[in-house]
Design a protein around this ligand. Sequence first.
Ligand SMILES: Cc1cc2nc3c(=O)[nH]c(=O)nc-3n(C[C@H](O)[C@H](O)[C@H](O)COP(=O)(O)OP(=O)(O)OC[C@H]3O[C@@H](n4cnc5c(N)ncnc54)[C@H](O)[C@@H]3O)c2cc1C
Length: 387
Amino acid sequence: MTSSHYGLIIIGGGPVGMSLALALCNSGLSVLLLEARGEPEKKEDPRPLAFSHGSRLILQRLGVWESLPEVAPITTIHISNRGSFGRTILTARDVDVPALGYVVIHHDVFRSMHERLQDCGVDYLTGAQVTRLESSTEEGQVEFQHNGVIKQATANLLVLADGGRLTGQVEGITQHTHDYQQWAVVAGIKTSLPQCGTAYERFTSDGPVAFLPLGRYFSLVWTVSPLAAQEILSLDDDAFMARLHHHFGDRIGKFIGASKRSGFPLALKYATPITACRIALIGNAAQTLHPVAGQGFNLGLRDAWELAREIITMPSDTGAPVMLSKYRHKRQIDSGAGRTFTDSLIKLFSNDTLLLQGMRGMGLSALDCLPPAKRFVAKRMMFGSRG
Ligand SMILES: Cc1cc2nc3c(=O)[nH]c(=O)nc-3n(C[C@H](O)[C@H](O)[C@H](O)COP(=O)(O)OP(=O)(O)OC[C@H]3O[C@@H](n4cnc5c(N)ncnc54)[C@H](O)[C@@H]3O)c2cc1C
């Protein structure tokens, strides 16, 4: 068994773990990044990620933004509620930014980061599955399998960016889970009307349905029950588009083409606290949210960015209690606000009593008439709790 010591070991090379590695590229710290999947760059993951303006700024600093093959700006967001009169429209002009957000496909982000990591001085191993971790006051230790060999490594700090799969092994951290009993069906949709930078979010009693502008297509995220998801995934394209049309209506024209569909089960998961002895959690390992408000990756990216700032400011304290405490406090409000906002939206819009339907309609209309309130909502969506 071979063993080595690092300043930092990142477990999980998803987009958030890779962001942290990239943010530490020229920090002088020795970094090991372990990703379980072999050849992860070849995997197709068609889910659309809506990036906030704030995330764009971070991705530019990480040198990832410029290499993304396709980025579609969202200049307007149209929010409505099926079965009630209200609607609200947020525009980039309301908040004086070029775009409210940007849509990028998950595997494009993944590949750009993967590429960028090849020459940035990080020890980056794919096909490296961590099977065990433990920590003491002095250091963290991982055991992982790579090329059929079991290896060990130690570090001043272990960062869990594994989507929460290993959290159960960490003493002192509790993972909370709420299954929404919903799935997201994702597909590219071609419509008879061109997309003009407008994203549509429509709340229905089954869950929200979103159309995000992407090149010549829309990218659909359709929330349905687990049973309906299995049915929808097995329909042929014509039957699928007919069912979608019945659900969403004509607002963006007729549906004239659909790409391959994928399904994702949806749950709220979060860890408390997000640090333990020589361990910090980031991204989906710290909080996994419903995609309704497009917050998950944006929040995870801010986790990675804030953790990197703490490490770069005081490298000798990497993994020390004082550093972990600062990271935990910095992330508390942003993460809690993102979680509460997302979860409340799902609960508020899943309830179909007439009274709530009316209140939702009035709420959306009132928001539409109040520019300061609209600016407040838009800024939170773009930059997190600090607005
Ligand atoms: C349908 C859908 C739409 C979404 N839309 C948006 C959106 O518009 N905007 C937004 O901000 N967010 C969105 N999200 C959320 C976003 O996709 C996630 O927040 C983001 O992908 C989390 O990245 P991560 O790197 O933290 O975790 P993951 O993507 O889960 O990556 C974890 C990585 O760790 C690796 N790993 C796991 N276990 C081990 C181990 N033992 N050893 C080594 N490696 C391991 C895995 O292979 C994986 O690569 C959406 C999610 C869904 C499902």
